[in-house]
Write a protein that binds this ligand. Sequence first.
Ligand code: NAD
Length: 310
Amino acid sequence: MKKILITSKSFGHVSEEPLEMLHAAGCETVFYNEAFDEMRFRALLSDCAGLIIGSHKLSKEAVTGAKTLKIVSKHGAGLDNIDLPLMKRLGITVTNVPAVNANAVADLTFGLILDLSRGISAAERNVRAHEWKYFIGADVYAKTLSLIGFGRIAQNVARRAAGFSMRVLVYDPYITEIPEEFLGFAELTSIEDALRNADVVSVHVPLNDSTRDLIAADEFRMMKPLCLIVNTSRGGVINENDLCEALREGRIGGAALDVLENEPVRACEPLLRFDRVIITPHMGMYSFEAVNQVSLIAAQNIIEHLPDLE
Ligand code: NAD
């Protein structure tokens, strides 16, 4: 029996099928996905052959202490919580599940754009507090949406924006031309023009050394005073201190964040003090369809590498 530790909170949440696949392939599964304690995690991992991991950090100590560990299967796309050069040195295979959650994250992104623009969740909070108080928001229809990064999720956001007759500006230094289906409403531009002309900025880049603090004080200064910013990529891409400052000084109109530098949110989180901020609990890929599909592929990635685990 090969022991597989599962620390992803949502693995197998929608159906039993991913777990059944692992058991049918001769794996023993151990779940550790409640309140996270690094020492407990290290102890559990120490005799495992495989790990199905969510978004928590995979420390060097945990990996080097797990002498039988051969594969880490990310339950999701982003690999920023895993030290890939270290894993390569140790000969541990790392897999992820790109693309299949792109529609779910794009739906959430667009939901946040609509919510921020019209103050939907803020107004709903008022109603629950027995205050029949409305906001006058801004149209999303025919506005300018700037996408920072134009990979799988951003392209799905652009497809939704087309339905709202939005003009889409794209900043992505690794793309030389806009795919044909977006011609007519989307155009490549510099980051400066993307920020200066946007009514809404939405961030969709991986977190790495070149994207950390990609949106900071200088970038906020370029935005229009009522510009809204949405981040469903990774905390750390937007500098949160600078975002607080921009909000405090009224230099931008509001922010919606599905991801934070420190997750889960701290009770003292300064961003929570702003009415014009929406924070969701890193739930971009949590649709039934996406979670099930990601779980099935994460399990399949383990099974495909079982021969290496002998
Ligand atoms: P992707 O790899 O398909 O696209 C990323 C794009 O970013 C690429 O086109 C790349 O060229 C571009 N890019 C890289 N560096 C850049 C830079 N410095 N400036 C501008 N563009 C740059 O990735 P994706 O699947 O679209 O995911 C995007 C982000 O969303 C990732 O950070 C991922 O971790 C995150 N994500 C979040 C959730 C969630 O639950 N909120 C779920 C899935 C993915």
